[in-house]
Design a protein around this ligand. Sequence first.
Ligand SMILES: *[C@@H]1O[C@H](CO)[C@@H](O)[C@H](O)[C@H]1NC(C)=O
Ligand SMILES: *[C@@H]1O[C@H](CO)[C@@H](O)[C@H](O)[C@H]1NC(C)=O
Ligand SMILES: *[C@@H]1O[C@H](CO)[C@@H](O)[C@H](O)[C@H]1NC(C)=O
Length: 456
Amino acid sequence: MPCRRHFLHAANTLSEKQRRGSPASSSVLLVLMKLLPLYIVFVVESAHAVTDPNDVLALMQIKASIDPATIPATSCLGSWDFSADPCQSRNGERFTCGIECMLASASQNATPTGEYERVISLKFDIAGYAGVLSPWLGNLTELRLLQIPGNALAGEIPITIGKLSLLTALDLSSNSFTGPIPDSIAWLMNLQSLNVAHNKLSGSIPPTMNSLRYLTDLRLQGNLLNGGFPDIRNLGLLGVIDASDNKLSGPFPRQLPPSIYSLSLRNNELGGKLPTNIILKLNQLNILDLSNNTFSGCVNDGILGHPSLQQLNLSMNRLSQLRVHPRHVRQSPMTALDLSYNLLSGPLPSFFALMNQLSSLSLQYNSFHGAIPQLYGAKVTEDMPYMKPFERLILDGNYLTGPLPLPFTEEGSSVHSVAATSLGDNCFQSCPRKFTFCQGKQQKTETLCRLFNASP
Ligand SMILES: *[C@@H]1O[C@H](CO)[C@@H](O)[C@H](O)[C@H]1NC(C)=O
Ligand SMILES: *[C@@H]1O[C@H](CO)[C@@H](O)[C@H](O)[C@H]1NC(C)=O
Ligand SMILES: *[C@@H]1O[C@H](CO)[C@@H](O)[C@H](O)[C@H]1NC(C)=O
C-alpha cells in the first residue's frame, strides 16, 4: 500500500537527519517540508479508491426497492446519485448521508483483491421511505451497522441479511415488516444489538437466536410474535429483553441467561405459576414486567425478596395469593411493586410497610379487606430512619374499611406526598373529602360492602 510506504520513508529520513546531528529546529522544518506534499498525496490517493462494484450494485438495488414517491429530494436517499462513486462522494452533495465506508485493505476481513472502499454502515434517516428491503443488502458483507428505524418499509426481512456476518447493530424498528424473523439471523455472529420492535412480524422467535453470543440488547416488542419463548441461555452477555406487546404464550421462559437485568414480557398470553427458582437464578435482574398476562397462583418471598429486583410489575394477571415472611423481604431492594388487577384477597398485609426501599405500591382492584395496617401510617411519613416512605400508595378498588392510620388524618403531620395516595372505591364509610386521597372515586355502597363481608 503506497501511503504506508511513504510514511515509512519519511520516518527513515527523520532518523537519518538526527543521526547527522543537524539542529533540531531545522530538521523538524525539513521533515515538515518533506511530509507536507506526502500528506497531500496520501489524501488524494485515498480519495481515489472507488467503491467495490458489488457494493455499488447493492446500494443501487436498495434504493431501487424504495418507492420513489416516498423519497424526499432532501433526504439521504434523495441525494444518492449513482453518476458519482458512493464512497468517494459520501458526506458531499451526492451522497449526503446514509453510508460510511472503509478502505477494504484496512479491514481485518479484507479480501486480497483489495483497494476498494467497502460500505461499513447503512443508516437511513427517518423520511417516510416505503417499499421493501432489497435482498441485495446481503452483498454489503462489510456492514457493521444497519439502521433503518421509523420508516414505512414493508414485506419480509430478506433472508440474505444472514450474510452480514460483521454486523454489530441491527435496527429495523418502527416499520411495517411482515413475516418471520429469518432464521438466518443466527449467522450474525457479531451482533450486539437487535431491534425489530414495532413492526408486524409474526411466527415464533427463532430458536437459532441462541447462537448470537455477543448480543446485549434484544428488542422485539410490538409485533405479532407467537409461541413460547425459546432457549437463549447461551447469550451470556444479554442484558435487556423487551418482548412486550406480542402474542407469546406458554410458561415463563425457563432458559434465560443470568446476565439479564431488564425483562419485559408485558401484554402477552404467557401464564402458569411464577417459577420462583428460575426468577431467583436471574441474579442481576432489576426490572421485571409481566403485566397483562395470565400468571396465576402465588407470589412468595422468593420473588418479593429477590436480591436485585427493584421494579416488579405483575399487574393484570390472575395471582391469588401472597406467601411472604416479613423477615425475608425487609432488606429487599424493591422500590416499585405493582400487583394491581389481580385476585388477591384477605387483610391488607403489613409486610409491604416493612420493605425498606419500597416507595411505590399499587394494589388497586384486588379484594383486600379490613383496615389499613398502622405500619402503613408510619411509612407514609418521612420519620422512620433507614426506611423509604411511600411516595405512591394506590389502594383503590378494594374493600378496605376504617379507621385510617393516624398520620393519614392528623392535622399538620409530615405525611409524604399524600396526593399520590389514593383510597377511592373502597368501604371507608367516612373518607373526608378534605383529604386528597379521599377525592376522585366514590366509596362503595354499604350494601356492596356488606355483601362482600357476608360472602365466605
Ligand atoms: C448479490 O445479491 C443478489 C441478490 O441476493 C444475488 O443474486 C447476487 O448473486 C449477489 N451478488 C454477489 C456477487 O454475491
Ligand atoms: C393486554 O394484552 C392484550 C394482548 O395480549 C392487549 O390486546 C390488551 O390491549 C392489553 N391490555 C392493556 C390494558 O394493555
Ligand atoms: C404496570 O403495568 C400496567 C399494565 O401494563 C401499567 O398500566 C402500569 O402503569 C404499570 N405499573 C407501573 C408502576 O409502572
